[in-house]
Design a protein around this ligand. Sequence first.
Ligand code: N7H
Length: 473
Amino acid sequence: MPKQILLDHPTIDEADIQGDVLVGLQKAAEIFVFFTIKDAAQFKKDLKQLVPKIATTELTRKYEAAANAKSAGQPFSSADLATVLKINVAFSARGVGKLGLSHAGADPSFEVGMEVGAAQLGDSVGDWATIYRGRKIDGVFMVALWDKNIDHAETEALNAASALLGQFQPSGMAEVGREVGSLNRAEPGHEVFGFADGVSQPAVDGLHKSVADHDQSQPGQDIVALGDFVLGPYDREVGGKATPPQPWMKNGSYLVFRRLRQDVAGFDAYTQKHFKGFADSPDAFAAKMVGRWKDGSPLARDPLRPNPAHDEDHFAENNDFEFGVQKVAQTRCPFNAHIRRVYPRSDVQDGPGSAEQKRILRAGIAFDHTNATGGDQGLLFVCYQSSIVDKFQFIQTFWANADGIPFEPPYVAGLDGTMPDHPGIDLIIGQAAVRGAIWDSNKALQNVPKFVTATGGEYFFSPSIAGLKALAA
Ligand code: N7H
């Protein structure tokens, strides 16, 4: 929602903030190597050697153009690695503790780890892979690589991950497990249900410029305060500055990692079997659950059919909407469509609890390990924020899993009698036991199966380059 610029326009230290946080490592494949620290002194020595190789925001932005140019031609050679390979690293609270730095006063969920709060997120830890259970993980290396040829990218990213591990003495650390993500081979840039991903992302104050005299970078893309993503102290949208609880945490960001399994066959079968009475086609039914068509065009603009003029390639058009005007009728986009629940735009008022206050920067990648004998597929969800409790956890718990909020006080200005009090959970990521939605007074969806299951995750902190040097000292 356009508003007068009130932000402080900070100068961003792009050479200090890791590249994945604000701009995202450009990638066709990404390997997440989870590790445990054995001998802290040895690990620190090896980490010190790694720090100069970490892709910063500055380098990530610079290399993007070079990698794009390369990808238009032949696959890269080993000589190109400097422009296409990006490494970032983050630590769990347990890992920071092992390296001897204080994280007192840090985000409470980071402090205890994801497993402790898994039930609150709606997860059943019985579904979690063992590596994520029992707080074994001290940190994660992210090795991301761009190439037009996805198979080549994956092979080279795996090679690069092995080379990286080879630079660490086994006495200092050990791999606990890994995840291999890659662009969806059937449809690069689309997640595995088939929807365009990476369509809407907040602009960041200080990084993106405003258009006209309001605080949007593209129409509909609000510029959000740097302090909502990075600890400074920098201004947040609401509630003063995001202050690092410890000096070494300046210019760092909390990283949420979730391994989300997607039941693609179940999703397709459900939409095919149940669309009648709710939508004109299985695709239209699926679009109502998401709030966008598979090509990225938003239902709030194009309720009847996808519109190529508003698709994933049209950033000036595909976010140029609010939900507010359709609030009562729900005729265009259901209240509980995924994108409406996780970013309700003008459905909620400015100020505390506002949609802008809950913005996250998403940086995940799809995974697909299915083969003739089984395996699973889904999303390696990653998001960055200055508070896990106020952002990811709030979105998952109070918006996606709940069927009333944000359309109830204190989050909404006018709860109107014609609107269902409980329009339903987010049918994509909501983890509530009762899975339903009311799309209008005559149309209630009930007992909708769960299509997304969390199979693991952890909370990390992505330190700045200076913070990494402090951890390695
Ligand atoms: Fe979502 N999906 O395919 O249905 N998501 N998401 N997400 N998501 C978005 O804007 C999806 C998940 C957000 O600014 C799109 O990139 C799936 C979690 C936010 O308007 C699509 C999974 C959380 C946005 C999907 C999944 C979020 C967003 C539209 C799990 C946070 C931006 C394309 C497997 C708790 C909203 C796009 C905005 C967009 C899907 C997970 C949050 C298609 C399948 C866990 C903030």
